[in-house]
Every structure is written in C-alpha cells, then in structure tokens.
Design a protein around this ligand. Structure first.
Ligand code: COA
Length: 327
C-alpha cells in the first residue's frame, strides 16, 4: 500500500518594487512594443537592495502553512528550488527553515533553474508515497534581478522576482499527484548559464570585468528546445495518468515567454482559455513561476476541487518536466 501525495496549501509573495517596460527603455535600447510583442511581458517585480530570496520564500511558505492548517513544526522537509540563493552556503532551504521555526524539518535546495519546483514536487511526492515523510514544503524562490545584466537587453527584459510555496502531504486515493517526470540535458549548458563565481572560473577581477557572474542566454535556440521538451513530456505524463488533453481543466506552464506558452498549448491541442498566463504582470520568475501561477489560480477560483491540472516547466541546464495533479 502506498500513500497518495498532493498539495494541501499554497502561498506566494513578491517584492513591492516594479520594473516596467518604460523603466527598461531608460536603461537599454529597447521598447515597450518590442518587449510586449516578443515576450508578452509588461512589468516584473524587483527586489530592493536589502531584500533577498529567503525572505520571499518564507513569506510564501507561511501563507501555504496557514492555508494547509499546519504549524512549522509539522513539516519534515523543506525543499527550496532556487537559482538565486541568498548565499553559496548554507542552503536557502535551511535559511527558510530557521525563519519559519520549522524545527523538525530538514532544509535543502534544488538547483534546476525554471524546472526547480517540478523537481521538488517529483522528489517529495515519492518520499510521501513511500512513507519516508508526512508533510513537506516545496518552495520556488528567486531574486533574479540581482543576477541580471542591465547592460544586456536580451536578458534584462525577461526576468522578475518572487516566490511561491506548496505544502505537500497525504491525500485520498485518486487525488493529488497522478504522474510526474523530470529530465535534463547538460549538453545545452551554454543556452542559459552564469559561468562565473563557481570552482571553474572562480570570482576574479577578470570574471567580474567580463560580467561572467551574470546570466547569459541564447534565447532563440532555447525557444525551440523549450517548446518541444514541454509539449512532449506533457503528453507523456497525461498518457501515463490515463488522460488526454481534453480531460485537463487547466494547464499551468512555466511563464517563460507568451510565445512559448502559445506554442506549447498549440502543440498539445489545449484551447487558450484553459492555459493560464500571468507573464504580463511578473515576467519570468524561474522556479517561482509555477507556484505563483497556481496560487493565483486557487485564489481566483480557477482551480476547484476535483480539477485536473497539468504543470510543465523548462529551464537552464537544460531541465524540463511535467506533473499531472487531481485537486
Ligand atoms: N529590445 C529590442 N531588441 C532586442 C532586445 C530587446 N530587449 N533583445 C534582443 N533584441 C534584438 C536582437 O539584438 C536582434 O537584433 P538583430 O536582428 O539586429 O541582431 C533581434 O532583436 C532579434 O533577436 P532574437 O534573439 O532573434 O529575438 P527573438 O524573437 O528570439 O526574441 C527572446 C528574443 C529572448 C524574447 C526569445 O528568444 C525568447 O523568449 N526565448 C526564450 C527565452 C526564455 O524563455 N528563457 C528562459 C527559459 S526558462
């Protein structure tokens, strides 16, 4: 006998600071028209200098715990998916543990870029299913605007800050996570990467002068791989769960670019009204994008008890994944 695992509470948070397309027009040679037509983004949230990743992760987690009716000490595991940790060590998961007072939990990070939340869900689901743990927090938290090069117009218009959190726990048979899969292909490393600051190049005057501590992206190449990977793995997970796209009530893709979302929806055969998008408001918040979007849908009543929801993500690594959940 195994135990089904599902999401029993969610929360999200983001900085109050906003960076609009008009603000970016003053920083780099770009235009609201270019950004809107190429990405769908109108604004993104931007942390202040004294704000950092764990603060948003903690705020989202507190809301998720409250909605799940649990206390911090009920949590056995905190998985924080982030590509923009507070610091190299300790993990942001451990820092969030301390801020929450989750004294019985283990805290850790997952480093899978924009697919990090689905990596966390996939790992935690199997731990709950096998009885290893009972309750876990999976958090996607990012302050990407501190890793973005505001002299590089091809990346600085895309990314924004925020966090989303989910409490996972036991749910009745037939509900919760029905199928989930994660994948990566490190051969595409240079499509989206930050080469500096690690053990390969270190942090030197030269790496800083060459701006190697910032994200670099080959957006055009990523686009094609992202569309193919997300639609293929989504179809595979729907089939594994015994459903087709017609059975799905809502698709929540990683919010990377409106054109990627539209292309994935079209390849899957999902009608526009069943595909959620908030990219205009948040930009690409990497690992935080799916849990923020899910929580917005729950708050707005767009996800109801019994609904079948498909999540799919793609990110640097490259990494990708899909999850099918019955609420
Ligand atoms: N404003 C104005 N022009 C810009 C610009 C900006 N912010 N960024 C790039 N350009 C220019 C380029 O320099 C290029 O000019 P050129 O033709 O004179 O060389 C032109 O626009 C077209 O660039 P290209 O990269 O081919 O545009 P695109 O249609 O592929 O759109 C992205 C660029 C980044 C919006 C798009 O490729 C994308 O969203 N890719 C996926 C990125 C992503 O989602 N990454 C995260 C994955 S999780």
């Amino acid at each position: 006998m195994t135990q089904n695992a599902g999401i029993i509470g969610m929360g999200h948070a983001y900085p109050s600071g906003i960076l609009s397309n008009a603000d970016l027009e003053k920083l780099v040679e770009t235009s609201d028209e270019w950004i809107t037509t190429r990405t769908g983004i109108k604004q993104r949230h931007k942390a202040a200098e004294n704000e950092y990743t764990s603060q948003f992760g903690t705020k989202a987690a507190q809301q998720a715990l409250e909605r799940a009716g649990l206390k911090p000490e009920d949590i056995d595991l905190i998985v924080c998916a982030t590509t923009t940790p507070d610091q190299i060590m300790p993990s942001t998961g451990a820092l969030i543990q301390a801020q929450l007072g989750a004294v019985n939990a283990a805290g850790m990070d997952i480093f899978a870029a924009c697919s990090g939340f689905l990596y966390g869900i996939t790992m935690v689901e199997s731990m709950i299913r096998t009885g290893q743990i009972r309750y876990a927090l999976v958090i996607g938290a990012e302050v990407l605007t501190k890793y973005v090069d505001y002299t590089d117009r091809s990346t600085c218009v895309i990314f924004g800050d925020g966090a989303g959190a989910a409490v996972l726990g036991p749910v009745p048979e037939g509900k919760g996570i029905l199928a989930t899969k994660i994948k990566s292909d490190g051969r595409y490393e240079e499509q989206l990467y930050a080469p500096g600051g690690g053990t390969k190049l270190g942090t030197t005057h030269e790496t800083i002068d060459n701006r190697e501590h910032f994200f670099k992206m080959k957006g055009n190449e990523l686009f094609k791989v992202a569309v193919r990977s997300m639609s293929d793995i989504s179809a595979e997970m729907l089939a594994k769960a015994g459903y087709t796209v017609e059975d799905v009530d809502l698709v929540i893709p990683h919010q990377a670019n409106q054109r990627i979302t539209d292309a994935v929806a079209s390849r899957l055969g999902a009608p526009e009204e069943k595909v959620y998008s908030n990219i205009a408001f948040h930009g690409n918040t990497s690992s935080a994008s799916i849990p923020i979007a899910m929580d917005e849908c729950l708050e707005a009543g767009k996800i109801k008890e019994g609904d079948l929801v498909l999540l799919t993500a793609f990110g640097g690594g490259v990494t990708w994944g899909a999850t099918v959940i019955r609420f």
